[in-house]
Design a protein around this ligand. Structure first.
Ligand code: SF4
Ligand code: SF4
Length: 128
């Protein structure tokens, strides 16, 4: 399950991921991170059953955490199975099934956003 974590370094520099792993015992995968001297944003992946525990711990450590029920979302009523999203996605989220219908592995998404403008029918959105 994906968590979007925003944090500030203005009050000091806590080793956020290291502390959360140590204090919860949950292994955390960092999918994407943008960090500068003032703070940053990370997209992390944790087991679904542990997401509340990790979210609460990071909140205690001063981060603002959003649990993402969906990373990338597909509006199936708009999708025409053209496949344009397949080639632009760096994580192979999209494939065709045996009937040439678009299939998604949403848990692979790292919210890069490349697929959204690539879709000619505006069938894709990120963050939800
Ligand atoms: S946001 Fe990026 S990683 Fe996620 S499905 Fe779209 S292209 Fe793939
Ligand atoms: S680019 Fe849009 S319309 Fe084409 S397969 Fe992907 S989601 Fe469907």
């Amino acid at each position: 399950m994906k968590l979007l974590v925003n944090f500030s370094r203005k009050k000091g520099s806590e080793p956020l991921i290291a502390k959360a792993v140590k204090e919860t015992g949950v292994l955390i995968m960092v999918d994407r991170a943008q960090i500068d001297p003032a703070g940053g944003q990370m997209l992390i992946d944790v087991p679904r059953e542990s997401c509340r525990l990790v979210s609460d711990k990071m909140g205690e450590l001063g981060a603002d955490v959003r649990i993402l029920e969906h990373a990338v979302s597909l509006d199936v009523s708009e999708c025409v199975d053209c496949g344009a999203c397949i080639s632009v996605c760096p994580r192979e989220v999209f494939t065709f099934d045996t009937e040439w219908r678009l299939s998604m592995k949403e848990d692979r998404c790292v919210l890069c956003g490349r697929c959204v403008p690539a879709c000619p029918h505006r069938a894709l959105s990120v963050l939800g």
